[in-house]
Design a protein around this ligand. Structure first.
Ligand SMILES: Nc1ncnc2c1ncn2[C@@H]1O[C@H](COP(=O)(O)OP(=O)(O)O)[C@@H](O)[C@H]1O
Ligand SMILES: [Mg+2]
Length: 207
């Protein structure tokens, strides 16, 4: 792996560019953590790898764009997937705030579509979203997601989005309102989810 091919090197995983059968691809690999017991570490890394692939596939069935999976290796704990061209939504919002309103409408809608299918994402930040050249958003990094999500899971998802968004984009105060009104418009059970988000926020205040 060459340095310039590395797209991300987070706490859990390294993401790098490669080719797969001649196509532009990326590999997301979960590297061993020496501070964890080795058996537990292996189990954790392989279950997160499987979960991430499963959620990506389930989201795709709902019509939510996620990278196409080319290969999964549960022993090496890596997923080879389509390289999604476009720009990180975080960078687009930072560099072109004038287009933020339209983009936030799309963010709210894609989360609504995911939640209508009872899938929670687990890490809804603008660094985990790519704006593709066709104007659609592709969601990445779904290893903490769940299927058959309850109102509580969806509420936590929205709560974390709001927190992450306001800290990453402190200058774009109206944007989270635009995201939430688009979400409310498109998500069937939005009333219940948003009431739960209020509960979660209040719980946080008193604990
Ligand atoms: N399929 C992909 N196509 C293009 N870029 C990707 C893809 N997957 C990940 N990336 C890039 O790598 C970064 C890290 O990947 P991510 O899955 O979010 O891992 P992490 O858990 O380290 O945040 C992303 O923010 C994105 O910029
Ligand atoms: Mg990420």
């Amino acid at each position: 792996m060459r340095e310039r091919d590395i797209l991300g090197c987070g706490a859990e995983a390294t993401v790098y560019r490669t080719k797969y059968l001649g196509r532009e691809a990326v590999v997301k690999t979960r590297t061993p953590k020496s501070y964890r017991h080795s058996e537990l570490d292996m189990r954790l890394r392989s279950s997160r790898t499987k979960n991430e692939a499963r959620i990506m596939i389930e989201a795709r069935k709902l019509g939510v764009r996620t990278p196409v999976i080319y290969d999964i290796d549960v022993n090496a704990c890596n997923i080879t997937m389509e390289f999604v061209t476009g720009r990180k939504v975080k960078d687009v919002l930072d560099e072109e705030p004038s287009g933020a309103k339209e983009l936030c409408g799309k963010i709210g809608k894609i989360i609504a579509e995911l939640h209508n299918g009872r899938i929670s994402h687990g890490d809804l930040t603008t660094s985990n979203m790519i704006l593709m050249p066709d104007g659609e958003i592709c969601l990445l990094d779904m290893s903490l997601g769940t299927t058959l999500a309850e109102i509580e899971d969806l509420g936590v998802d929205v709560h974390l989005l709001q927190r992450a968004f306001t800290s990453a984009h402190s200058g774009l105060d109206d944007c989270i309102t635009d995201i939430m009104s688009s979400y409310a418009e498109h998500m069937k059970d939005a009333g219940n989810v948003l009431r739960r988000v209020d509960d979660i926020r209040n719980r946080g205040r008193y604990t």
